[in-house]
Write a protein that binds this ligand. Structure first.
Ligand code: ARG
Length: 466
């Protein structure tokens, strides 16, 4: 009586915890971020307990009021986080005691921190995946707009970073659209697996109360409830899966960044980044640096490091919960933040960049049409391998004379094959692009078809949202 109400966990201990240990084991400095999810989960749990008559209606009303008050306190910055309370779950529960008294102790009936933390982090992961998808959709729509706007632009396509064959610039841009489209699909598929309710698993064995897990699942928007209580509290593969998806997306962003960095050099000069997405040098006044792209490239390393570290955390853990699992959060939060901000800046960067079609065109010499010459002979009946060999010798001849292929005389052509006729001069970068009309190829018709399909997909997302 008269004693200050607070959470008591050290019933079996006779000594206080050492200060260094308290700091060492705490997750509060970083898991505060889960306060909303924790309260959301507790509200659903308490409501279920009351419905099942495990607590009374009156107790529910008190708990609910207390939890809502705490949420307001946290959001208004009035909540006092105490370092001796290990994590956000203990902090909120302790504050509930201070606010509503002993009845606070009933909230944790039929629940353990193990299924509680599994729930909170799943709620967070689901939200993160949804936000990531939304950001990726924006990026995709900017890429498609960019491709549509520049449909007439031809550029050199590369293999081994050597000029290979001409392609439409839009085709190149849509290659990235395809990667990010798959990234969206990956996360959509992920949502099915993350959207499973672990609460009701207790510490590991389930709980000895007549709980209604389906009700809690519906309340929190989960598609199903976990089928094995041990797995539900021990599993973090849903974090690893997001991190894997994030690592792939960051890898895609990093590759695109690499193009941006190379293309914006003076040597390439294919694109110019807007001032808003570049930085200047502190010493060289002429410089306009692609730091945004460099950082997206650099940050991808950290994201994939987090994936590796989480795999390492998990790989030797016996079932079920082990404290090692607390190491899931910092990396996960960091990955979510890094990924979402990287997508955001890259979206802005693409949206604001200028391209230089003339420079793209003039960077190509006639040698980029060598495959077209081989195809020309093949279409006149030569086996492709033979045609390839003839054109190879022709190229070598032209290089030896320091001249372009289209500057050679028809008599010179004929020395290599009698199949060469005057129409060989009709081979240009435009005809080359136009000829590649196989499905998924770079011909304008094919690229327009893909732009149309992409638009359809983006509209589908738009209507899904509304
Ligand atoms: N802070 C812990 C974590 O983030 C919460 C779960 C603690 N459970 C336990 N049995 N100590 O993983």
């Amino acid at each position: 009586m008269g004693q200050k109400k607070e959470i008591r966990l050290r019933g079996r201990f006779t000594e206080d915890i050492a200060g260094s240990v308290m700091r060492y084991v705490a997750s509060l400095p970083f898991d505060q971020r889960l306060y909303k999810h924790d309260i959301q989960g507790s509200l659903a749990h308490a409501e279920m307990l009351a419905r099942q008559k495990i607590i009374s209606q009156k107790e529910l009303i008190q708990i609910r009021k207390g939890l809502r008050l705490i949420q307001v306190e946290i959001e208004q910055g009035k909540f006092q986080f105490k370092p001796e309370l290990e994590d956000i779950h203990m902090s909120i529960e302790n504050r509930l005691y201070e606010t509503i008294g002993d009845v606070a102790g009933k909230l944790h009936t039929a629940r353990s921190r193990n299924d509680q933390v599994a729930l909170d982090i799943r709620l967070f992961a689901r939200e993160a995946a949804q936000n990531t998808i939304d950001m990726l959709i924006k990026l995709c729509s900017v890429l498609v707009d960019h491709a549509k706007k520049n449909i007439q632009v031809v550029m050199p396509g590369y293999t081994h970073l050597q000029q290979a064959q001409p392609v439409l610039y839009s085709h190149y841009v849509l290659a990235y659209f395809e990667m990010f489209r798959r990234d969206i699909e990956r996360l959509e598929d992920y949502l099915k697996r993350v959207n499973v309710l672990p609460l009701g698993s207790g510490a590991l064995a389930g709980v000895p109360y007549p709980i209604d897990r389906e009700f809690v699942a519906r309340k929190l928007g989960f598609g199903s409830v976990s089928a094995n209580s041990i797995d539900a509290v021990a599993d973090r593969d849903f974090i690893i899966e997001y991190e894997a998806a994030a690592a792939i997306t960051m890898m895609h962003l990093s590759r695109y960044s690499e193009e941006v960095i190379i293309w914006s050099t003076r040597e390439f000069g294919f694109i110019e980044l807007s001032d808003a997405y570049t930085t200047s040098s502190s010493i060289m006044p002429q410089k306009k640096n692609p730091d945004v792209a460099e950082l997206a490239r650099g940050k991808s390393a950290r994201v994939l490091g987090t994936l590796t570290s989480m795999l390492a955390v998990m790989k030797g853990l016996p079932l079920a919960y082990n404290r090692d699992l607390q190491e899931d959060k910092q990396g996960f939060f960091d990955t979510v933040d890094t990924l979402i901000s990287s997508i955001e800046v890259m979206t802005g960067l693409v949206n604001s960049l200028q391209i230089n079609p003339l420079r793209m065109k003039t960077s190509m010499d006639s040698y980029i049409l060598a495959t077209d010459l081989a195809d020309y002979l093949t279409k006149k009946g030569l086996p492709f391998r033979e045609a390839h060999d003839i054109v190879g010798r022709l190229v070598s001849y032209a290089i030896g004379r320091k001249t372009e292929l289209n500057k050679l005389d028809i008599k010179e052509y004929k020395r290599f094959s009698s199949l060469f006729k005057d129409d060989v001069y009709q081979i240009t970068v435009d005809s080359s692009v136009k000829a590649r009309s196989s499905y998924g190829g770079t011909s304008p018709d094919q690229v327009k078809l893909q732009i149309q399909k992409a638009g359809g997909m983006l509209r589908k997302y738009e209507t899904q949202k509304n």
